[in-house]
Design a protein around this ligand. Structure first.
Ligand SMILES: Nc1ncnc2c1ncn2[C@@H]1O[C@H](COP(=O)(O)OP(=O)(O)OP(=O)(O)O)[C@@H](O)[C@H]1O
Ligand SMILES: Nc1nc2c(ncn2[C@@H]2O[C@H](COP(=O)(O)O)[C@@H](O)[C@H]2O)c(=O)[nH]1
Length: 207
């Protein structure tokens, strides 16, 4: 049986799932979308038990919570999906998605591969997009240059990235796979993929 997460009455534009290895460029691409298309997209703010990075804002980038708080909310049925990634918990609450959908915006979820598999068991019906790096070497360079990870965390993320890159080749798992080599080219491909949904939202808000 499919896990029903939202009322039919709230059905609006199709949500979008962005997935892919840590460091592939998902946040960079989605920030560009949110900036260019004000009033079209809304970010599903996940919960996590990891510490905020410099510049990240609680309630905007993530809801930063303890393991105990997050586990209690999961046990209470408040999450659509949750996963353990690189030693921390991450999850999408029903409230995060509903907050965006209530405004009739395209809801963007930035989630890992476990999240993708779990969302497939719900009735959310998103467009699944995989953002891939051009190579493992380039991915490692990007993660090192980002300077957000300890050596231990970096190694865990590279291991997970290798698995992610293999799994993402599965036929039918993603609607579109975008290789983020040149940023502008990747962004162009992402916009092309989402053009139809973007137009729908623009036309609805004009009406
Ligand atoms: N096309 C690109 N060329 C070079 N550097 C890039 C490109 N895209 C993103 N980057 C850089 O790579 C780093 C990783 O990007 P980003 O943080 O967006 O990845 P991510 O997929 O969101 O990672 P995570 O899953 O860990 O949040 C950032 O420092 C970003 O500026
Ligand atoms: N399954 C989920 N994965 C999530 C969620 N929010 C983020 N993520 C993924 O975690 C990793 C690491 O993120 P980082 O911000 O610590 O670099 C990355 O792959 C994200 O896509 C979520 O709610 N559920």
């Amino acid at each position: 049986m499919r896990h029903c997460i939202y009322e039919k009455a709230m059905a609006g534009p199709r949500p979008v799932v962005l997935s892919g290895p840590s460091g592939a460029g998902k946040s960079t691409l989605l920030k560009k979308l949110l900036n260019e298309f004000d009033g079209v997209f809304g970010f599903s703010v996940s919960h996590t038990t990891r510490n905020p990075r410099p510049g990240e804002v609680n309630g905007k980038d993530y809801h930063y919570v303890t393991r105990e708080v997050m586990q209690a909310s999961i046990d209470n049925g408040e999450f659509i999906e949750n996963a353990e990634f690189s030693g921390n918990m991450y999850g999408t609450s029903k409230a995060a998605v509903q907050a965006v959908q209530a405004k009739n915006l395209i809801c963007i979820l930035d989630i890992d591969m476990q999240g993708v598999k779990n969302i497939k068991r719900t009735d959310l019906n998103p467009i699944y997009i995989s953002i891939q790096p051009p190579s493992m070497q380039e991915l490692e360079k990007r993660l090192r240059d980002r300077k957000t990870e300890s050596e231990e965390s970096l190694q865990k993320r590279l291991k997970a990235a290798f698995v992610d890159m293999e799994l993402s080749k599965e036929d039918g798992l993603f609607d579109v796979v975008i290789v983020n080599n040149d940023l502008n080219e990747a962004y162009g491909n992402l916009k092309d993929t989402l053009l139809e949904e973007i137009e729908k939202v623009k036309n609805t808000s004009k009406a």
